[in-house]
Design a protein around this ligand. Structure first.
Ligand code: ZN
Length: 480
């Protein structure tokens, strides 16, 4: 109630400053959603900061997922923990019936990039993990948006179900793919997600599709000098394989990316190595492109084994679909972000960002808190893959990016960890929560807007069969 004058003043400003902006749904409910996020702001920042400090990696997010699930439960959500065979995955639901609007949250960190919340590179705990992709902010913001919608449903102002998905292991393994395999998204009408970035934009661009696989070679050991003719080298096969893969680079589309690391390459030179192992990723703009290059890589592995006289074994570990963008949804998001306006930064925050930019050798432009114009989709996505891509092929998925780090600063690296643990990250997190909540109000209230999103999805997936890259059996839960 206390927030009412504030809400009215925003409404007035909106009407005066943006007379041409039509908000699809009842504006006052959006203001209530924004006010709810303001009300819970300190708690949300607390959640984000705790997850930042826990910095737990893929499928080890025990404390992070418990923290978020406990908070959801305290807010009145019905929480189902340990879904899809993953102890750190959960689903929190509130409300009844359709529309069912889903919102994704992540909370896994990256190994080895621990960093203090300061603009100078220094580990918080040497050798430990850090939130170099800002997933501490991702989880807290999405949950904050879900709570705001829950409060509107509880007050009888929105009808339907809000469902928060606690999705572990985005950086490795792909928790959402196992959740998809268990059918956890199948009754959802529309799903939303966001990601920390160096700009604010309603996303119309895709991401890269990827396949993650291992090739192992098994030969025969022998003394490398006394009787090498009795040996068959698994490392020779590995070298034939990587040579073939590297030779193939010339004959693939420029959108293809191939990377590998050698995980086992013999122990000592005087033994003909009987075992070798290489871990590979192949990416392209579309799943069909990945399939093509992957089938050639498979033959190269077989050929390499043949040449070396050894056995080969290829094992798929996982993979992601490319993001299926939804333009109707992006328009909704964009209108809501234009309504929210830009993020304002203090001089200290800009200086923090510029210090990072100087330290990492990029132009010291500071932070960009402006809402970027909605532009037509690029033909090919920028580098990177996400398991949100898989969800986007099952359910219409809306995606936005919000500034949480300095422009052009390196990602999956210390600058993102640093900003994610202080006010720059907090501001982006709160902004994302508000943009997601306002957009969800549209999706609950405005049947036409929701149907346009669903119709576009139906059109784009016509004739497609979702076939994930996923090994049989349970998710690879690490030993404690
Ligand atoms: Zn990420």
């Amino acid at each position: 109630m206390k927030l009412r004058p504030f809400c009215f003043s925003i409404l007035l400003v909106t009407l005066l400053v943006q007379p041409l902006m039509t908000l699809a749904a009842d504006g006052s409910k959006k203001e209530e959603a924004v006010a709810s996020i303001e009300k819970h702001k300190t708690e949300l920042i607390g959640l984000s900061d705790q997850v930042w400090r826990f910095a737990e990696t893929a499928l080890r997010e025990t404390r992070s997922s418990k923290l978020l699930a406990d908070y959801a439960e305290k807010q009145g959500f019905q929480v189902n923990r340990g879904v899809a065979g993953m102890p750190t995955a959960f689903v929190a639901s509130y409300g009844q019936g359709h529309p069912i609007i889903g919102i994704l949250g992540e909370y896994d960190a990256l190994p080895g990039i621990s960093q203090k919340a300061q603009p100078v590179k220094e580990a918080l705990e040497a050798g430990s993990a850090g939130h170099g992709c800002g997933h501490n902010l991702f989880g807290a913001a999405s949950l904050g948006a879900a709570v705001a919608i829950k409060e509107l449903i509880a007050a009888g102002k929105l009808k339907g179900t809000i469902r928060f998905y606690g999705t572990p292991a985005e950086e490795a393994i792909g928790g959402k793919i196992y959740m998809a395999r268990d059918g956890l998204f199948k009754d959802v009408d529309v799903c939303l997600a966001w990601h920390p970035e160096d700009k604010i934009v309603a996303d119309v661009d895709s991401s890269q599709a990827i396949v993650d696989f291992i090739v192992e070679f098994k030969g025969k050991a022998a003394h490398a000098a006394a009787d090498p003719w009795n040996g068959r080298s698994a490392v020779a096969a590995l070298e034939f394989f990587t040579t073939g893969l590297n030779r193939m680079r010339e004959f693939v589309k420029p959108t293809v990316r191939m990377h590998y690391v050698i995980q086992s390459g013999g122990d000592v030179p005087n033994v003909v190595p009987e075992y070798s192992k290489v871990w590979c990723w192949i990416r392209d703009s579309k799943r069909t492109g990945v399939e093509d290059v992957f089938s050639r890589a498979r033959k190269i592995a077989e050929g390499a084994a043949l040449m070396a006289g050894v056995e080969s074994k290829l094992t798929i570990q996982g993979g992601d679909y490319e993001m299926l963008a939804n333009i109707a949804g992006a328009k909704l998001i964009h209108a809501n972000m234009a309504w929210l306006g830009k993020i304002e930064y203090t001089a200290e925050e800009q200086e923090f960002a510029k210090a990072i930019q100087r330290a990492t050798g990029v132009a010291p432009k500071g932070l960009n808190g402006a809402v970027q114009p909605l532009e037509p989709p690029k033909k090919d996505p920028e580098g990177g893959s996400t398991d949100v891509g898989d969800v986007s092929w099952i359910v219409p998925t809306l995606h936005l990016s919000v500034t949480t780090a300095p422009e052009d600063a390196p990602w999956h690296a210390w600058p993102v960890v640093a900003c994610g643990g202080m006010s720059i990250g907090h501001k982006g997190m709160v902004y994302a929560a508000k943009a997601l909540a306002a957009t969800m109000v549209d999706l609950f209230e405005d049947d036409k807007a929701r149907e346009a999103v669903q119709a576009e999805f139906k059109e784009k997936t016509k004739g497609e069969v979702y076939k994930p890259y996923i090994p049989d059996g349970p998710p690879p839960i690490p030993r404690p």
